[in-house]
Design a protein around this ligand. Structure first.
Ligand SMILES: Cc1cc2nc3c(=O)[nH]c(=O)nc-3n(C[C@H](O)[C@H](O)[C@H](O)COP(=O)(O)O)c2cc1C
Length: 226
């Protein structure tokens, strides 16, 4: 059975732009996959716990030596990682908070980047220190920002710690087939935001149709700049 993993991280449960667009993606995907499963992982409304000393001690020790308490420390991580492996495609809503990702989403990232489960260390001499362990699948990342100019070449590109960070951490575990859909300038009063939303909805519909039909070989970047 096909599965779509929907990760939302906006703290807003009403009037959220990223939630609007991830929901729109899921609706189209579900229409194309009526028997498919939607996995609702809402870390904005239902935050996942921060990792702890016990989490790190457990993650970096041999599972055969794990006590019940150590297994418990990793149980949320196990569940979240199982969702990623089960998914045929993933859509993530990621608002910009203070130039990066929301703390809720960072807590999720901490839980899913796990030695021996989603990545391994390569030996000395390898081209990359990391080996991804998650099979490639389409990942759509929806971002929204109050201001504009964060795109490459924009006046605030140097302050965009959201997209490069997300691209780095998801690529580390093997999710390199990434399409970004961006909404900028929510705070503008001159029509740029309305146009950005329309452009983003068009991009979402196109991506959901292509990915929902299982045709997703090539990553594309849908740049929505107001
Ligand atoms: C806590 C917080 C921090 C924010 N930080 C930034 C920021 O650094 N740069 C920016 O352009 N917008 C910032 N914004 C505006 C949001 O990125 C914008 O409202 C976005 O549309 C939120 O996504 P959502 O509608 O899905 O909640 C911030 C908003 C909040 C609530």
């Amino acid at each position: 059975m096909k599965s779509l993993l929907v990760v939302n991280s906006s703290a807003r449960t009403a009037r959220s732009i990223t939630r609007h667009l991830t929901a729109r993606f899921a609706t189209t995907w579900q229409t194309l996959n009526p028997g498919g499963e939607i996995i609702d992982r809402d870390v904005g409304a239902r935050p996942v716990p921060q990792i702890t000393h016990e989490w790190i001690a457990s993650a970096y020790s041999d599972p055969v030596d794990h006590t019940p308490a150590m297994r418990e420390a990793l149980s949320v991580s196990d569940m979240l990682i199982d969702e990623i492996f089960r998914a045929s495609a993933i859509v993530v809503g990621a608002p910009m908070y203070n130039f990066g990702m929301p703390a809720h989403l960072k807590a999720y990232v901490e839980q899913i980047i796990r030695i021996g489960r989603t990545f391994a260390f390569n030996g000395p001499g390898a081209l990359s220190p990391y080996e991804p362990l998650v099979p490639s699948k389409p990942l759509v990342i929806v971002t929204s920002t109050g201001a504009g100019g964060y795109e490459a070449g924009g006046h605030s590109a140097h302050q965009n710690f959201l997209e490069p960070h997300l691209e780095t951490v998801f690529s580390l575990i093997g999710l390199t087939d990434i399409s970004f859909v961006r909404v900028a300038s929510e705070q503008s009063k001159d029509g740029r935001f309305q146009q950005a939303i329309l452009n983003a909805e068009t991009a979402i519909d196109r991506l959901a149709a292509r990915i929902g039909r299982g045709n997703s070989d090539t990553a594309e970047v849908a740049t929505m700049v107001a």
